[in-house]
Design a protein around this ligand. Structure first.
Ligand code: ADP
Length: 348
């Protein structure tokens, strides 16, 4: 094959690849090492307000300054953005990913996930509405059940007891679902000083009340610092971990609540010597209604929503949940907070 023919073939193939990329429904932008646009496809116009060849060489981070995308690009864009509004059209939701290639070049991919975001919104609204609608009838039924005295009808006493338990369980599920819905809709939580010392003392009291002396409970407050966030939500998340430790540790076991500093922040952890969790379940524990053992969870008053609430609360505090566990030996649940969330105690 002569050189001219080979060049022509190569150019044709190159054009083919470009044409195919140009017609993709996802926006594709090739960036040079400075973050300037080397090429973009047609969807980049609709989704990212970029036009080829008009925007050749435009520095993308500067173009999107003031938009969330600009901040993300400035930060290097290592982690994908799961849901962001499109710079050209605020009604569109995008998922944006950046992949390095060649010598310092990068490929930016933006996908229109508006339909998915709408479905997700419908699901959230549905759960919130159903939970809200169930709340009043359940409160009424529970109220009447509380009024009935088992001594008036001794033959029905066991049935009445079970009905009370179950209605209390349903109320707890509805309350937990409502709490989750609220956390899902919340973009930001209050940023108050959460004084850790009294909070830790009250968590220990709650553990003792739940345990009724069946476990040894210790508190190690070593960090001597406070947190920035929502006191109510952090109390609920930390309390969930304490309650799980008590509920999933057989009598005679030990529970340690610990608050300590790390080299780049601080950690709140709850360690127990309980049943533990087999490794294959660990990655799914924070899913709604996921339980290792349904009977054990129900028997101990669980709703299967506790860890899901913990995860949401931590996300809203830029914190992370770590779970270490060994079946039959016990578990440690750790909430990892970044330094930016710590406050030195106020001097008296
Ligand atoms: P539940 O209301 O069922 O306790 P959670 O979301 O709090 O729901 O926890 C999910 C599951 O994780 C529980 O059902 C249980 O199987 C497991 N789990 C949570 N904490 C512990 C623990 N400290 N020890 C053993 N298993 C645990």
């Amino acid at each position: 094959m002569n050189t001219e023919l080979r060049t022509r073939r190569l150019l044709e193939e190159l054009r083919d690849v470009r044409d195919a990329a140009a017609s993709l429904p996802d926006a594709l932008v090739l960036l040079d090492a400075r973050g300037g646009v080397r090429w973009c496809n047609r969807s980049a116009e609709r989704l990212l307000a970029l036009a080829w060849p008009r925007d050749r060489g435009v520095i993308l981070a500067a173009r999107y300054a003031g938009h969330k995308l600009g901040g993300w690009l400035d930060g290097g864009g290592a982690e994908p953005v799961e849901d962001i509004t499109a710079p050209a059209d605020a009604t569109l939701h995008l998922q944006v990913t950046m992949m390095p290639y060649g010598h310092g070049q990068r490929l930016l991919l933006a996908r229109d996930i508006s339909r998915l975001a709408r479905l997700e919104q419908v699901r959230r609204d549905f759960v919130a509405n159903v939970s809200h609608e169930l709340r009043t009838p359940l409160t009424v039924i529970h109220g009447y059940l509380e009024l009935l005295d088992p001594e008036d009808v001794p033959t029905l006493a066991p049935v009445l007891g079970e009905m009370r338990n179950q209605s209390q369980r349903m109320r707890q599920i509805v309350e937990d679902l409502l709490a989750l819905s609220r956390l899902e809709m919340e973009r930001r939580l209050p940023e108050d000083r959460v004084t850790m010392q009294p909070l830790l003392l009250s968590l220990r009291r709650e553990a003792e009340a739940l345990s009724h002396g069946r476990h040894r409970i210790a508190l190690q407050d070593e960090a001597h610092c406070d947190l920035l966030g929502s006191a109510k939500d952090l109390h609920s998340a930390f309390g969930n971990l304490v309650s799980n430790a008590v509920r999933y540790t057989p009598d005679g076991g030990a529970i340690v609540i610990r608050w300590r500093r790390t080299h780049d922040g601080a950690e709140y952890s709850v360690t127990d010597t309980g049943y533990g969790i087999p490794a294959e379940h660990l990655s799914r524990l924070t899913e709604r209604f996921y339980r290792v053992s349904s009977s054990r969870s129900r028997g101990s008053g669980g709703t299967g929503l506790g860890l899901s609430i913990v995860k949401h609360v931590l996300n809203l505090h830029d914190a992370e949940l770590r779970i270490e566990s060994e079946s039959g030996a016990g578990s440690t649940f750790t909430c990892v907070f970044d330094r930016s969330r710590l406050l030195e105690p106020e001097s008296d």
